[in-house]
Design a protein. Sequence first.
Length: 670
Amino acid sequence: MLEGEGRRRAIIDAVAPVIDGGRFPLKRIAGERVRIEAHCFTDGHDRLRVVLRWGSVDDPDSFETEMTAEPNDVWRAEFTPRVPGRYRYEIVAWVDKIESWRHELERREEREDVRIALLVGAELIRGCAERAANGESASLADARLLDDWAAELCAAAAAEHEAGAMKALALDGRHAEAAARHADRSLAVREAFELVADRKRAEFSTWYEMFPRSAAAEPGRHGTFRDVADKLPYLAEMGFDVLYFPPIHPIGRINRKGSNNRLEAAPSDVGSPWAIGAAEGGHKAILPALGTPEDFRRLLAEASRLGIDIALDLAFQCAPDHPYVAEHPSWFKHRPDGSVQYAENPPKKYQDIYPFDFESDDWRALWSELKSVVLHWIAEGVEIFRVDNPHTKSFAFWEWLIAEVKRVHPRVIFLAEAFTRPKPMLRLGKLGFTQSYTYFTWRNSKQELTSYFQELSAGSGREYYRPNVWPNTPDILPEPLQAGLRPVFAARLVLAATLAASYGIYGPTYELLESTPRAVGSEEYLDSEKYQLRHWDVGRADSLWSLIARVNRIRRENAALQSDRSLRFCRIDNPQLIAYLKIDSASGNAILTVVNLDPHRPQSGWLEFDAGDWQVDADEPYQVHDLLSDQRYVWRGARNYVLLDPARMPAHVLKLRRRVRSERDFDYYA
């Protein structure tokens, strides 16, 4: 037992929010207020004092704020991490001898009891005066004030003043404040935790995935970074702020896959970008057909000018002809015959990919080299990485790597592309990944969507698992999209963009309604870009471009859609209609979304929500504005009728406007 440990009487219990008892840091956004709660108490009737201390882990200075007591020994305080980075905070609690003395004195009535109490208090106050003169927060002015106060208490006790006069002197607020500044914390109890504050894009982001090699303006030519730069205005006008590329590195030639994942590649086949590494280089090199490093830097600069981050794929695996395979054979698993073991996920086989062996005896060198890959691209100007299959690599490695990188580069964002079991996905979120893929791609019914997003927004994972939802990816063409029905694409887009603050689409397949699977029952695209060049006519008349642009503009203009925490589902008496509300408490911005899940038929129903949530008067009419169609409706109370025809638009995104004097009177007032 530590010196004095047995005399520490304060109890700190049930700190919230906290992740696994403080094993992992909380996640918040820089500039966001963080509310901390704890149950703090002590034995007997003494008074407790509790403060919250916080600051950057790299800064010796810290700030302190008093925690306020609420009924049933619940203490709360808030702090705001102003810039991205890692922060420490601790709850400090101790028995406050001065306040305990003052509280007891207030209840004393007998003159002799009060006189003795003054002498006891004078001794405590002299201790405060000594700390004021010599402690860390030394203040000679406070020391003199406290010394004088102690002397006055002793004099009053000796003069045998009336009890009321003595109590008034002892309970003087100005003196008590000075004493509080120099409290005796020698027996304080402390509970310390950490928090990671990210930039806003970690919470609110709109992703577009494209293959640069398919960006050429004409069919048959390999696209380049310059071709991608020509498409940036198109993406900016559509409202995307993150442009994500699959790997841009040299592609292996040994065991290269052909179109539609054929084992035998033709001489013209370009191979899978995830088969990384060839004679031209590995993870720090650029596929020459895409351009030069200078071309890439120019692309980054132009994207930044338009408010777009370029995100790179971080795929820690190698093609058989990657330089690492020859230079560091111990970093890979080998078969009994001495050959390197390629990647498998039975029945799938990836003969063109060698996974790293994270149990290698040379693991420290492997970790160091992989960290250098990330730092290389950060030095080039990349601040977002989408990480390929992180659940197939060491969890300890990711925790170390992300902490190491974000310690120096706190703006960097890591998105975990982990379609695996729930617990490994959650663990990746705990140990540092900024955002995470979800099961949204396979959640289609009202019940599935409601239960899943209630779990994401209100479950324990909300403190560390930031969802990024995708209706499709290059690997996943979900069954509902395979029918090629425009209302399905439109409905899934609206669901993704309004249920989650971060979402993405794999384009141009999405806006062009690409829907043909490689085979019946398969989720693979026919003629997938993963294995061949494609040419996309993004100017087609049937493109979803205008709807996507409108949805993304709605997201940018409404703070309620930029966070996940306020999501709540509303009652509606039709299983084919789903409705949910988001409210930004700071601005009062409120958005109610209703989606028809039936792509074939109009659906109607009576929608109910808590009138208090939207702050409407049950007796007053008010206007709602459908931001998708630009139509306006007059509603009354918390129960209203909705009708959605998927042939026209399968969704409402409704914003509360102003109350109206009557349903016939559109002379609005605020």
